[in-house]
Structures are given as structure tokens and as C-alpha cells.
Design a protein around this ligand. Sequence first.
Ligand code: NAP
Ligand code: F7E
Length: 336
Amino acid sequence: MSRKALITGITGQDGSYLSEFLLDKGYEVHGLVRRTSALNRQRIDHLFNLEEYHDGKNLEVKLHYGDLTDSSSLIKVIEKVQPDEIYNLAAQSHVKISFEIPVYTSEVTGIGVLRLLEALRKIDNKSVKFYQAGSSEVFGLNPSSPQNELTSFRPRSPYGASKAFAHNITVNYREAYKLFLCNGILFNHESPRRSENFVTRKITLGAVAIKLGLQHSLALGNLEARRDWGYAKDYVEAMWLMLQQDQPDDYVIATGESHTVRDFCEKAFSFLNLDYEKYIKIDPKYFRPTEVDNLVGDASKAKKILGWKNKTSFDELIKIMVEADYEYLEKQMKQK
Ligand code: NAP
Ligand code: F7E
């Protein structure tokens, strides 16, 4: 019989790659989706035509309505699906926006995790394995570098503070109730499926739009922040590996390299034979009240225990994103 996985946040960037990864492993994949006025399943639409996607294998994705702010929906879906593994990827995941909706962000990204853990406790099945999507944003202002599992948390945003709570409560429930709960502390990971208001996708889409004559400039905020950027498709494997171990634990997942936002611009524009300096405009509206200046992760524990290592270089990631956006915008232009 197929193993069953329940993914919250299945409509997001990571949810879509993780669904593909688990289907390839033969899982029955269930996803929690929230009600929205317009359907937003573009990233997973292709998974419903599984004959085509999956070479005729009898696998399926099933969606269930629910919301991390609604405990009753979480209990109901876990009782109904009886998953072997739960991947909690749902969150209000935008750091800048978390300053504008701090209470909602904490409700979903922080307390939402506690609601799920309580639902797990209520069904009282100790064999369920649980992955919590943690973030390098918890390190915030900590000057030590690179950051690893022992680096202390100094979050710099309502989002970072919510993820710190989520991490700590997951560790506490693991110790208190002997549940199989893991935190992945993932550094930034990107892809052509990244939402358009995160900096990498904003840059690749903007650079391609400039190349195609669709816009003349690109407005950005702080170009000097450093991030450790990996490829989302590589990172979902690490989530799964954490749940295949004998013991639950917490792991940093990162490339070990950091680059500035400026470096990212320079590379993305140069793939298109453009000089970024001619097109980037600085708009203070994209600055954050408190910034995280430098993130770079040390994933040696994941390498040693999970056998995970980063496969895609910084340059390859940018090339993948620029090429995908070129194809995407060209297609849009032809349809007009
Ligand atoms: P994303 O694209 O923003 O996806 C977030 C998902 O959460 C979407 O499916 C969204 O649904 C869902 N969601 C939001 N609020 C919800 C609610 N109240 N109830 C149920 N579902 C809700 O994020 P991502 O980049 O895939 O990241 C996945 C997870 O990893 C997130 O928890 C994020 O914070 C964390 N993370 C991401 C990174 C990164 O670099 N990508 C790094 C570290 C940690 P809708 O489609 O309806 O909006
Ligand atoms: O910003 C700077 C901005 O929004 C990266 C999320 O997945 O990774 C992500 O959070 C940097 C920051 O990602 C713009 O100030 C400049 O220094 O792409 P971002 P993030 O804040 O690092 C972590 C690990 C997560 O967990 C989060 O969920 O880029 N920046 N100009 C800009 N950022 C944006 N968004 N837009 C700009 O115009």
C-alpha cells in the first residue's frame, strides 16, 4: 500500500515541488488548501492529469479545504486522511509583508503550527512523522557566520519571530510527548515558481521584461543584503530525508555560499547581455523597518546524517529562472 503524505501549503512554491517528489516516490499525496475567491492552483494543476504526468501509474493528489487558523479543519483532515507523514509548509511567508500584517502572520506562521501539533496530539498516533518548515530568518541579527543548528535566534521581523516560536514549540512537543517532529531550518530557496514579489523572481522577471521591451526599469530596495540562495527543487528532498531517519531532529539546509542582491542583479541581467546599473532604481518603499544583513548556512549536519547536499550552483539557479521567465513572457506576448 502507498504511504500517505499530507502537505499544508501545497499550492505554494515548495508544496508543488514536494508533491512531485513524493508522487515520484509512490506516495498518495493529500493537500490542505484554503478557500480563495479565485482558484490559485497554477503550480499544481499539472498534477491532476496524472496519466500524463506519471506514466500511467495509479497515483493521485487529493485536496481538502482547511486553514491553519481553524483548528477544527486541521483535526478533521488529519482524522480523515490518516497520513503517515505531514509536511507543514503553509505560512504567510513574506518578510516585508509581515510588518504590515504582524498579528495575522503570527496567527498562521506561529500559532498555526501549535494548532497542528495539538491536532496531532488529539489523534494520538505516535507513528505520524511531522516536518515543520523553519527558516533562516530566525537567525536575523546574530553576527555569527555561517549559521548552524546551534546558532541562537535573533529574529528581525514578525515573520522571523513567528518562525522562532514555531521552531521552539515543535522541539518542545517532540520532547514532551515523544512525537516524531523535525524542524528544517531552510535558507532562501528559489525557482521559476517563486512568487513574483520575492527579490529573485522580481529580478529575473524584470530583467526579461526589460529585454523584451515590456518595461524600462526595475525598482528595488536594499541591494547590499546577503543571502544564501539555493534551488527549491533540491531542497524538498531534504524535507523528505528528515522524516526517513530513525530519530527526529533539526537540520540546517543551505548552499554555504552567500551573495548580495546586487550580485544577483548583475548575473541575471548579464545572462541577457544587459548592464543592470542602467535599469535598477532604488525605491525606499522596499526597505524593511529592520533588515537581516547577512545569512549563510552551514549544512554539514544534513550532509553527514541525511546525505543531502546542494546540487545547483548560484549561476545555474539564475540561468534556470531567467530562461523560464523568458519562455513565460514570450508566450504571454504571443497570446496577446
Ligand atoms: P509560499 O509559496 O508563500 O507558499 C505558502 C503556502 O502556504 C501557500 O500554499 C499558501 O496558500 C499557504 N497558506 C498561507 N496561509 C495559509 C493558511 N492560513 N492556511 C493554510 N494555508 C495557508 O511559500 P514557499 O516558498 O513554498 O515556502 C514554504 C514554507 O517554507 C513556508 O512555511 C515558508 O515560510 C518556509 N520557508 C521558505 C523559504 C524559501 O526560501 N522559500 C525558506 C525558509 C522557509 P495560498 O496559495 O492559498 O496562498
Ligand atoms: O528578500 C532585499 C530584501 O523577500 C531578500 C522568504 O522565503 O527567505 C525569504 O525571505 C532580500 C532582503 O526574501 C527588494 O530587503 C531588495 O534583504 O526575496 P526576499 P527574504 O526576506 O530573505 C526566507 C529564508 C524565508 O523564510 C522567507 O519565507 O532582498 N530586497 N529589494 C528586496 N526584497 C523584495 N522582496 N523586494 C524588493 O524589491
